[in-house]
Design a protein around this ligand. Structure first.
Ligand SMILES: Nc1ncnc2c1ncn2[C@@H]1O[C@H](COP(=O)(O)OP(=O)(O)OP(=O)(O)O)[C@@H](O)[C@H]1O
Ligand SMILES: [Mg+2]
Length: 280
């Protein structure tokens, strides 16, 4: 009885610990496809009929000058913006109509360009917030089922410990996030996404505002997750050095369109890309 109640209340998180051990294979199969996406803000066409496909286990970078439409595209994929045209396919399934928390439950997590962390809370609590889409209970129910709530917390903490380990956040676990350096805050943001045990992580400028050393630390963490867990990454990033270093493939956007895509060496020498960056 107790177990059935637990399953009902914490549906989805139940077998989470097993999930953390899984390592999906790299494959040519697309895991994610944003198809013919158009986003408008009044007269502004932020994204203009863009199609981007991401292969399973790939580390794809999206680059482009300011205002190119990169964040708008990520917002469509993660369910924060509704496009005027197009659809989003995740593992072959059309998820266009799903709200963002449902996409998280399916395995599509994200980090943010501008911090969405709770600056007054500890690192630990900020990471636990990442697990809330699975917490199918209200405070009232939790009060009735104290034992169950406790169990949930145990599971949650297991996942949390895993990401704290992975991102080497031990010494900061009880620190208030607002007191940490931008580099550590970005790591907490990534930890909050990774605790959701995603198959795909969308990252919006994870390196922005970081020192060189912090960038190297974060890049190492991303590579570690990518290689050991086979997690697929889509990373919007301005730092071309980081991008060419760690990305398998690059998509370049400018004025709402995709102007180039390919392996890093190809893309950075593409005259259209150079023109978009350096200007006319
Ligand atoms: N919420 C919004 N309301 C109105 N216009 C918006 C909004 N979000 C983005 N835009 C506009 O849409 C275009 C694309 O913006 P977006 O933020 O997607 O670009 P970006 O490539 O992420 O740029 P950056 O590198 O500066 O982050 C820009 O012209 C921007 O001003
Ligand atoms: Mg942006």
């Amino acid at each position: 009885m107790q177990e059935a109640a637990l399953r009902w209340m914490f549906d989805g998180i139940w077998d989470k610990s097993e999930h953390y051990a899984k390592k999906p294979k790299r494959s040519e199969k697309p895991i994610l496809r944003a198809e013919n996406i158009t986003v408008k803000f009044g007269e502004i066409v932020a994204v203009d009929n863009v199609t981007v496909e991401v292969k399973q286990g790939e580390l794809l970078a999206i680059i482009g000058p300011n205002g190119a439409g990169k964040t708008s595209l990520l917002n469509v994929i993660s369910g924060f913006y509704k496009p005027v045209t197009g659809r989003v396919l995740f593992k072959g399934r059309d998820i266009s109509k799903l709200p963002s928390h449902k996409r998280v439950e399916l395995g599509l997590s994200r980090t943010f360009q501008h911090s969405q962390l709770f600056l007054g809370m500890t690192v630990l609590d900020n990471i636990i917030v990442g697990l809330f889409p699975w917490r199918k209970t209200s405070t009232l129910k939790a009060a009735f089922w104290l034992g169950a709530a406790k169990k949930w917390e145990e599971w949650a903490r297991e996942g949390v410990e895993y990401v704290i380990d992975l991102l080497e956040l031990h010494e900061y676990r009880y620190r208030i996030v607002g007191s940490l350096s931008p580099g550590l805050q970005k790591r907490v943001d990534l930890a909050r996404a990774l605790v959701q045990n995603p198959e795909v992580v969308l990252m919006d400028e994870p390196m922005a505002g970081l020192t060189r050393e912090e960038k190297e630390d974060l890049a190492r963490a991303i590579i570690e997750v990518h290689e050991t867990r086979g997690t697929t990454f889509v990373m919007v990033e301005h730092d071309l050095e980081v991008v060419t270093d760690i990305a398998d493939r690059i998509v370049v956007m400018d004025s709402g369109r995709v102007i180039a895509e390919g392996v890093p060496e190809e893309v950075v020498h593409n005259p259209r890309v150079i023109h978009a960056y350096v200007g006319g």
